[in-house]
Design a protein around this ligand. Structure first.
Ligand code: FBP
Length: 698
């Protein structure tokens, strides 16, 4: 090739375009204008309280949040001809702060864009400030004033890059005082907290603390985990899903669908995919619907598990067997093995399994460890100068400390929180898992599931048990009857003669399974000799040996973690539209005097034309939960309802998607996230299914 002048090359417009950080996709996304709900086509909006929704109020929430506990659901309504006073109030200049809190979720930038556009449209003098790096930005008075340029650069783009995020919780009087100082110092009229359950909890406490100062605080339901779903006491859905869930699920599903293609092509790997979702299995459920992976575990389903055999046995013995209720790790690994063995029997020694990151929370024995360790760590921190992890950085030191608890209960810790049996069971766990269970809790006191290689824990148990099943001759690869016949005929042997000696079901099924007793060349030879097919001195015919070797499974696995990639993906059209409208809703709530409310869009589970922007009161949704070893008021998390249509559909298709039959696999290819495509799913399948049968209630 002729040498090129690098200077000329770099100046070439095509080269400049190809190497620019602003790709064509980014340009397209920035230019996309999400549709707006009908109410936002009006120049003004007002909010109307709705009396028909009721909540069961926790007395502790009543006590701690007296000024916002009686808030009602407020529906946003478009107003075309407001009175002068209404127009004046709506348009009065405002200063609004916004902060991201917790993990990123696709669509966050559009919440900002929606708020910014609505605020500037109401009054170009309105000013919006973005607090930097999460709630720390509020505590440290670090912010940036948003401009057209800054907002336009991030429209419809993933990540929380514009102002970053963090997990600090405003949970002490000192932090609350700092937050107040910043907010009042900046003379803010409103603060918007875009976050998950813990961050919306923060929003409620801030709303209470700043109520007298007339600073309005609004929350926005964000989290890819999809565990902010709000219903009233009668089950009416007010917020069907937090934003970011759809995009993350689609990103995971696309990657997992690619693995299904690989796995069913190369037919040698089982891919174990852990997908994010700290506690609830919503993401795994959606991924199952999107991909039809062979095996998807749903934590909430396991929690309901009852071992009927154990139960029967204990009934007969007139005893009570508490271990019959709930799934153990060992039992779960057996359930997985059963699926692997059944697929192998029809020649499919490969597959794709989806494991929710939070599954351990639903395994009895592990959940008990997590609760006990949370209590022990919290108690240690409360009584020592240094915290547990700083004082005892090494695993061996932590284990020693636990061992010492068995002998000597410290003051403040209930006796038997850690007993000899706990210590023994804990010491039986693999080191990496012990380490995982003892990791530092996050700022909200949550156990950090993302730091524990759950799939590895399960895989180790699965491998051990599969080895046992292989040695027992129960785990075998089925050999296609035609293939067997072809190989034998080619070698001049009669398939019908050898068939009944080698296989347990010869002539009855499409896939032939080598007899259980034939597990090695030695046992193969024995079978042939006993069947009269060869002398004890002879050698096994190579064609028979070949068939036998092909029936012996190798269990080869690949494990994957889908989390941070999906959190950072560009949003789907659904999330772009949802979040932009959430931003518009936030402004309507603030402009109409609301506080302690969470912006929400009702009827998300139905088509866009039914979407209804509203404010949902946060305080009545709060419950007492154990955090850092103490009962704390938090927004209740929503986990997968095992009676929901989405779960029942997945359950009904389980056998089908496992595809432990000679027919082909049922994998579904959801395709990549595209902003401009009619083919992209326009909302989560989970929502679509859950909406069926539900009356659209305007
Ligand atoms: P949020 O609840 O803050 O949205 O975060 C959820 C999540 O993405 C979980 O799925 C995951 O377990 C966790 O964040 C990981 O947190 P970290 O960013 O601290 O690793």
């Amino acid at each position: 090739m002729k040498p090129v002048d690098i200077g000329n090359l770099l100046e070439h417009p095509e080269v400049q375009r190809a190497t620019s950080p602003i790709s064509e996709s980014v340009k397209g996304r920035r230019a996309f204008k999400p549709p707006v709900c009908r109410v936002f086509e009006s120049k003004f909006t007002k909010v109307v309280p709705v009396e028909k929704f009721h909540f069961d109020i926790d007395p502790e929430a009543q006590r701690q949040l007296p000024d916002i506990i009686n808030n009602k659901v407020q529906v946003v309504v478009g107003v075309d001809q407001p009175s002068d006073a209404e127009a004046k109030a709506y348009r009065r200049p405002r200063r609004i702060g916004i902060v991201f809190s917790g993990g990123p979720a696709p669509g966050g930038h559009n919440v900002i864009a929606g708020l910014y556009d609505a605020a500037k449209r109401a009054n170009p003098e309105n000013r919006i400030f973005g607090f930097l790096v999460g709630p720390d930005g509020i505590l440290e008075n670090e912010y940036v004033e948003l401009s057209d340029e800054l907002v336009d650069a991030y429209r419809n783009l993933g990540g929380f890059t514009m102002i970053k995020t963090g997990r600090t919780k405003i949970d002490t009087p000192k932090k609350m005082a700092l937050a107040k100082e910043t907010i009042l110092g900046l003379a803010l009229d409103g603060v918007v907290i875009v976050g998950g359950d813990d961050s919306n909890t923060n929003a409620a406490f801030l709303a209470q603390a700043l109520f007298a100062d007339k600073v309005q605080i609004i929350g926005v339901p964000k989290t890819i985990d999809g565990d902010i779903q709000v219903r009233d006491a009668h089950g009416n859905v007010l917020c069907a899903m937090s934003f970011g869930f759809h995009s993350a699920a689609r990103a995971f599903a696309q990657a997992i669908s690619n693995l299904s293609n690989d796995s069913s092509s190369d037919i040698k790997y089982w891919h174990f995919c852990r997908v994010m979702g700290r506690v609830a299995s919503h993401l795994a459920l959606e991924v199952a619907l999107q991909t039809h992976a062979n095996l998807t575990l749903i934590g909430e389903d396991l929690a309901d598990y009852v071992d009927t055999q154990r139960l029967e046995k204990s009934k007969k013995e007139k005893t009570t067997d508490y271990t019959a209720y709930g799934m153990t790790l060992r039992h779960l690994s057996r359930v997985i093995c059963e699926s692997i063995v059944r697929r192998a029997a029809v020649g499919k020694n490969y597959g794709v399994a989806v494991i929710p990151e939070g599954i351990l929370e639903f395994i009895n024995e592990i959940e008990v460890f997590i609760i006990k360790l949370n209590t022990i760590i919290a108690q240690y921190n409360a009584t020592h100068d240094k915290d547990f992890h700083t004082s005892l950085p090494l695993l061996s030191q932590k284990l020693d400390y636990l061992g010492h608890l068995v002998r000597d209960t410290p003051i403040g810790l209930a006796p038997n929180v850690w007993n000899a049996r706990d210590d023994e069971l804990f010491n039986d766990l693999p080191e990496f898992f012990q380490e995982g269970l003892l990791t530092e809790r996050d700022n909200h006191g949550n156990f950090q599931f993302s730091q524990v290689p759950t799939e590895k824990v399960l895989l180790d148990l699965v491998k051990d048990y599969l080895k046992i099943l292989r040695d027992q001759g129960k785990y075998k690869i089925g050999i296609h009857a035609d293939y067997y016949a072809k190989i034998l005929k080619k070698a001049g042997l009669q398939p019908e003669y050898y068939g009944p000696i080698l296989f347990r079901d010869y002539g009855q099924s499409e896939y032939l399974l080598v007899k259980e007793g034939i597990i090695s060349l030695r046992t193969l030879k024995n079978a042939l000799v006993q069947g009269g097919a060869m002398d004890a001195e002879g050698t096994i015919p190579p064609a028979i040996e070949k068939i036998f070797n092909q029936s012996v499974p190798k269990f080869k696995t690949q494990s994957h973690f889908y989390g941070y990639d999906g959190r950072g993906t560009d949003p789907t059209k659904f999330d772009c539209t949802y979040t932009y409208n959430l931003g518009l809703t936030v402004f309507s709530l603030i402009a109409n005097g609301a506080t302690g409310q969470m912006a929400a869009i009702r009827n998300l589970e139905h088509g866009f034309e039914h979407w209804e922007p509203m404010g949902v009161p946060i305080a009545p949704l709060m419950r007492l939960e154990e955090r850092k070893g103490r009962l704390t008021l938090v927004l209740e998390k929503s986990v997968v309802d095992v009676n929901s249509p989405a779960f029942l559909v997945v359950k009904a298709f389980r056998e089908n998607w496992l595809a432990a039959t000679p027919s082909s696999d049922q994998y579904r290819r959801p395709g990549p996230i595209r902003l401009h495509s009619d083919r992209e799913e326009d909302r989560p399948i989970t929502l679509m299914l859950n909406a069926i049968g539900q009356k659209i209630d305007g």
